[in-house]
Design a binder for this molecule. Structure first.
Ligand code: NAD
Length: 498
């Protein structure tokens, strides 16, 4: 049985007495195991990180950027291997795994610009003989805790800016698909990153608590479900750390009567069922405005769903693969049953699907549910599976209200040809990331990613300039050089520049 080790101080490290299996969701079998570490292992990683960080931070930023350039090249070199490794543990199809890696690679590319990104500001003559300038300095040792659903992209969102800024980084990836994060750390060493600057420790709640309690970890970035995000935010902040936590989601796609319906349907199908719906920017709710839009949309969705192919992660013809685990499959099925019990109409039922030859895999066929209402728990909760719910609205205002009042506020999309409606929607909707005829509006690497309400805790988003701010502290310097003239009088009044 393959064992997935920790990666500390530039080396593969064993440790941890709680061994858990890592499954291949396509076949429903154990393919590897990982040992979950505790506080002692974390302490070792923090010691190595602390020892290495000052010299790394002291390198000029151009030299740190060169390591990022090289890391980008190595990830591109190994793209195929990484994508297959990712698909085997996660279950998403290989083409989608490439996208997962590429989205993380975009942030590595962004971090290649670190000399420019770290430049401060300078004001000459802010007062008599006084100049003011600012600089950004790394925090020291920082940590990231990541979910199962993007095992390349989300670790790279965090580690690329953190390291480029001059920090040492400790990554605690999901224990469900931990191999790719370890490979990324190995590639970083090959790229020339000094040992100790990037460490990977495996674990569950115990390791997370150890990270939150360790006094030498100055900042924690978390992405995962909302209850845990809230917990991590509270415990980390109480310990005096800088914390950013991204949580769950329930993104709505609003379809106006004037939308290009065929294009909207193609977009919605891909965003709802791609990656088996296991994306925080998936589109699990569609809100047609007006009865005739709803009827037409439903008809087109049903016919497109009939063409979807579910298959193993390595089947190039499959649109999507299995969900991540048997427990998660059961949870999604329970939500479909709940929706029916709550009075919604199960138009297409994906339960009970078995993939021929892979009956043990965790597959679900696509599900479509109509006549969903806002008081249903199956609507209020995140399902995180290949399930699309139709929540009908009569007016644009009503359609803006649903995502605005929802507990989550990650992403939302509107499909329309009307610029005025789209603009009104984008300005009024209480959601952090808005797509206009774009179903999955994940901002590019040089903007920042983050949702509102229970989708995001903390005030700085992931990557972009927020990422640089999160992993650095701003220092402001006010300076005056003695001119050799008369002594400036003592003053017992707060200095002003007047
Ligand atoms: P999860 O919350 O179960 O796990 C996330 C991380 O927390 C993992 O590293 C896990 O080991 C750790 N963890 C698990 N239980 C814990 C506990 N009790 N205490 C402390 N730490 C614990 O999430 P998941 O199932 O891996 O990922 C799916 C979730 O992540 C979904 O809710 C999805 O919407 C969300 N997500 C959000 C974003 C975003 O940017 N908003 C992006 C991707 C995923």
């Amino acid at each position: 049985m393959r064992t997935i080790n920790h990666f500390i101080g530039g080396r593969s490290v064993t440790g941890g007495d709680r061994i858990v299996p890592v499954y291949d969701p396509s076949v429903g079998q154990i393919q590897a195991e990982v040992a979950l570490g505790r506080a002692d292992l974390l302490a070792r990683a923090v010691d190595d990180a602390r020892a290495a960080q000052p010299a790394w931070a002291a390198l000029n930023p151009q030299r740190r950027a060169r390591v990022m350039f090289r890391l980008k090249e190595l990830i591109e070199r190994d793209m195929d291997e990484l994508a297959h490794l990712l698909s085997r543990e996660h279950g998403k199809v290989v083409a989608d795994s490439r996208g997962d890696i590429q989205r993380g690679l975009d942030v590595v590319e962004f971090a290649c610009g670190i000399p420019h990104l770290l430049k401060g500001e300078y004001s000459e003559g802010a007062g008599p003989g006084i100049d003011v300038y600012s600089m950004r300095q790394p925090l020291g040792v920082v940590a990231g805790i990541t979910p199962f659903n993007f095992p390349a992209m989300i670790p790279l969102w965090m580690l690329a800016p953190a390291i480029a800024c001059g920090n040492a980084f400790i990554l605690k990836p999901s224990e469900r698909d931990p191999s790719v994060p370890v490979r990324l750390a190995e590639l970083a060493i090959e790229a020339g990153l000094p040992a100790g600057i990037l460490n990977v420790v495996h674990g569950d709640k115990e390791m997370v608590d150890a990270i939150l309690d360790h006094p030498e970890i100055k900042a924690v970035s978390f992405v995962g479900s909302s209850d845990i995000a809230n917990y991590v935010y509270g415990r980390g902040a109480a310990a005096g750390k800088r914390v950013q936590c991204m949580g769950g989601a329930k993104n709505h796609g609003i379809v106006l009567p004037d939308a290009d319906l065929d294009q909207a349907v193609a977009d919605i199908i891909g965003a709802a069922y791609g990656s088996a719906g296991e994306r925080c920017m998936a589109l699990p709710v569609v809100t047609p405005v007006g009865e005739s839009t709803a009827a037409l949309l439903r008809e087109k969705l049903v016919s497109e769903i009939a063409r979807l192919r579910v298959g193993t992660a390595t089947n190039p013809d499959a649109h999507y693969g299995p969900v991540v685990s048997a427990e998660h499959k059961a949870r999604v099925e329970a939500y479909i049953a709940m929706a029916a019990a709550e009075g919604a109409e199960i138009v297409v039922d994906g339960r009970g699907f078995e993939l021929q030859g892979h009956e043990e895999g965790y597959y679900l066929a696509p599900t479509l549910i109509d006549h969903v209402t806002a008081d249903m728990r199956s609507y209020q909760d995140e399902i995180f599976g290949p399930v699309l719910q139709i929540l009908r609205a009569e007016t644009l205002e009503e359609a803006i209200g649903y995502p605005s009042r929802h507990q989550y506020g990650n992403g939302v999309a509107i499909f329309t040809r009307n610029g005025d409606y789209a603009q009104r929607f984008a300005s009024q909707v209480e959601v952090g990331m808005v797509g206009i005829n774009v179903p999955i509006p994940v901002p590019v690497a040089y903007h920042s990613f983050g949702g509102w309400k229970r989708s995001g805790f903390g005030d700085l988003d992931q990557y972009g300039m927020d990422g640089i701010r999160f992993y650095t502290r701003g220092k402001k310097i006010t300076k005056r050089w003695p001119s050799g003239g008369a002594v400036v009088d003592q003053s017992f009044v707060i200095p002003t520049m007047r």
